[in-house]
Design a protein around this ligand. Structure first.
Ligand code: ADP
Length: 668
């Protein structure tokens, strides 16, 4: 096959991705003077990355398989717009050798390694075989071709339980199951294969020894087409939930200088084994003493910004320079480590409901200014919709400081100053995580989040005096701004006539709170129970105001959406419902015996038959929602009287999927 020039200068770059990474690539490409082309699905016509790019092309329906993963459509979009290069971002086609080859065949520069390198390193099994040869330390395991049940079972026995069953094509922790005994193996393989097939179109599995309580350490490398290859230090990504990273930092607080050099040298050796070109990451698990290679990612990673902040290198710029055919701008000894950086991934998900993805319209989106070592890489803005079709990551908050302590403090402040409403986010969970003493002390492992989940997801604290007064002040501020037709929050005080009273009621969880405002001539007062508080407020911009109670002033922040109030006071975050005295507060009642789809999804398995007698918690069916499998279970012991869906059904949110009739003995 004639090999077209793989790396050559170009002027127009198509970004074959969406969300924050598409926006992030566009930012650097534009700074380098390139023309940028976005692609989008029907669900993303109004998305931020489309608005950010110079041009945008519709490449298909919402389903990723028909749009962002459709190679022919992406190549066609490049042809139509005269794009000479394609940056794949991460996820989607970024590790598809077929796509890299299709680009090369079309004479388009793929911003990444060649198809051969992806094939060699992109599969976990293939790369482990290569690394074994190159002498890079590996986790003991089976990474052969055979996939029959007997081979996998005997491999697991030989390795010794616990083992990790892993999709060879995997990413994002999908298609991966920890198996603690031989009896659990077959079921784990079936479910991992199903998840892998759906997510990657490839269900080959490998089996590894499960390293107990490991740390995750990875090294950023970049190679050019002239044979230069450098490492840009390591990141530690030990804070994970279900094998998916939540917080990442650089450098690793666990390694000393000698260990750092050793792991970076191992990574250069690993990438050197395939004469790697482009940005890549070599991932290791560590038992605290040694590191073991687990995989190479032949693309930019989600967590690349922490490396950028400690090295001063723009990795997307380097990727593009390498794609132009240039040499790497710096040699290994010119790359220096400065300070510490930490990143938190902000997701649309509900930590109180098993991290179930949350979809809908973002009604409020406020992030702090990017300065003082704070960086926000976002893929959404106010008014955007979070669709169930894609990954639920909204943004990354990244902080840099000279020391780890200070970087964590700055990150926490950045999270506290971020307000996203309309959908549920994991922001309070992230705050709880970065302020946890064990995280501060770095006495963690990859199982930390799972073990500490209860402490990390505390139920909302009941509002105190300060919060109830702040809630009244926030409502008055909005009412007054409306009344004077100035922009909200801009004016101070209000002008009532005579001495009057007004009662406010707020609900949080199951409790109701009453606050009485006494106003008119003379200073205003708030009555809570038998307490009387002198009260004043002065309003700033964007929901910020100062509340003065009995002479003590306190800074407060509020977002009001209809009757929902979201407050930030010095005591933390509080969600409250303002009970409207004029009604309009009908509660929604969902019959408990009906199993309804919590989100739009696809039915992938039926796990019980109609007529079956179920224990409380018994699995009824599995739904694939946002690429993750969710099993719906019996809410109480009873009979499955009706199953109203079949495998393959695409169901909308709230649709009734099954009915369980409580058994007499256990009505609940
Ligand atoms: P993915 O590509 O889906 O992210 P990885 O192979 O990178 O999958 O693994 C993700 C995470 O799972 C790792 O960061 C680590 O925490 C955990 N993990 C992977 N392999 C092992 C192992 N052999 N033992 C213990 N934990 C592991």
């Amino acid at each position: 096959m004639a090999t077209p020039a793989l790396y050559k200068p170009f002027r127009t770059l198509l970004i074959a991705n969406r969300g924050e990474i598409a926006c992030r690539v566009i930012r650097t490409a534009r700074a380098m003077g390139l023309r940028t082309v976005a692609v989008y699905s029907e669900a993303d016509a109004d998305a931020l990355h489309v608005a950010d790019a110079d041009e945008a092309v519709l490449i298909g329906p919402a389903r990723a398989r028909d749009s962002y993963l459709n190679i022919a459509n992406v190549i066609d979009a490049a042809r139509k717009t005269g794009a000479e290069a394609i940056h794949p971002g991460y996820g989607f086609l970024s590790e598809s050798a077929e796509f890299a080859q299709a680009c090369a065949d079309a004479g388009i520069v793929f911003v990444g390694p060649t198809a051969d390198m992806i094939t060699a390193m992109g599969s976990k099994s293939g790369s482990k075989a290569l690394m074994e040869k190159a002498g890079v330390p590996l986790v003991p395991g089976f990474h052969g071709e055979a996939q029959d049940e007997a081979t996998l079972a005997s491999a697991a026995d030989r390795i010794g339980f616990p083992v990790l069953v892993k999709a060879s094509a995997g990413g994002g922790g999908r298609g991966m199951r920890v198996v603690r005994s031989a009896g659990e193996l077959a079921a784990a393989i079936i479910s991992a294969k199903r998840e892998a097939k759906a997510a990657f179109g490839d269900d080959r599995m490998l089996i590894e020894k499960y390293v107990d309580n490991p740390r995750h350490i990875e090294v950023q490398i970049v190679g050019d087409s002239h044979g230069n290859l450098v490492s840009l230090f390591e990141r530690e990504c030990t804070l994970q939930r279900r094998h998916q990273k939540v917080i990442e930092e650089a450098p690793s607080p666990t390694l000393g200088p000698a260990q750092r050099e050793a792991v970076c040298a191992a990574a250069r050796k690993a990438a050197g084994a395939v004469n790697y070109v482009g940005a890549g990451t070599i991932e290791f698990v560590s038992d605290g003493h040694e590191v073991f290679f687990i995989e190479m990612n032949t693309r930019l990673q989600v967590e690349h910004p922490v490396t950028e902040l400690i090295s001063g290198v723009d990795l997307v710029e380097w990727q593009l320079r390498v794609a132009f055919g240039e040499r790497l701008p710096l040699a290994q000894d010119e790359i220096t480590l400065n300070g510490h950086a930490v990143e938190a991934r902000v997701y649309a998900e509900n930590p109180h409901k098993n991290f179930m993805p949350s979809v809908g319209r973002i009604t409020t989106w406020r992030t702090p200014a990017e300065d003082n070592g704070l960086r926000i890489d976002a893929g959404y803005r106010e008014g955007d919709s979070v669709s169930p079709n894609y990954d639920a990551m909204l943004a990354k908050v990244i902080a840099w400081a000279p020391t780890r302590e200070a970087a964590i403090d700055r990150l926490n402040r950045g999270l506290e100053d971020t307000d996203v409403r309309g959908i549920v986010t994991n922001i309070p969970f992230l705050s709880a995580l970065v302020t946890h003493p064990d995280v501060r002390a770095n006495t963690i492992d990859t199982g930390f989040i799972e073990r500490e989940l209860t402490a990390l997801t505390p139920p909302g604290a009941p509002p105190g005096e300060l919060e109830l007064c702040a809630a009244v002040a926030a409502i008055l501020g909005v009412e007054q701004a409306r009344a004077t037709e100035t922009s909200p929050w801009q004016s101070a005080g209000w002008m009532p006539v005579g001495r009057r009273q007004r009662v406010f009621r707020f609900r949080q969880s199951d409790s109701e709170h009453k606050v009485t405002l006494v106003y008119g001539s003379g200073p205003s007062q708030l009555l809570i129970g038998d307490r009387v508080l002198a009260f004043a407020a002065s309003y700033g911009a964007h929901g910020d105001f100062d509340l003065t109670l009995d002479g003590a002033r306190s800074h407060t922040h509020a977002v009001i959406e209809g009757h929902e109030l979201y407050l930030r006071t010095r005591n933390g975050r509080f969600d409250m419902h303002w009970v409207d005295p004029f009604g309009g507060d009908d509660e929604e009642h969902v019959g408990e015996d009906k199993i309804v789809a919590p989100l739009p999804g696809t039915v992938v398995a039926l796990l019980a038959e109609e007529g079956a007698l179920l224990e409380k918690g018994a699995a009824i069916l599995t739904l694939e929602v946002m690429k993750m499998e969710q099993t719906l279970r019996a809410p109480f012991a009873g009979k499955l009287t009706s199953l109203r869906c079949k495998v393959g059904d695409i169901v909308q949110e709230g649709v009734e999927l099954a009915v369980v009739e409580p058994s007499e003995a256990d009505p609940e």
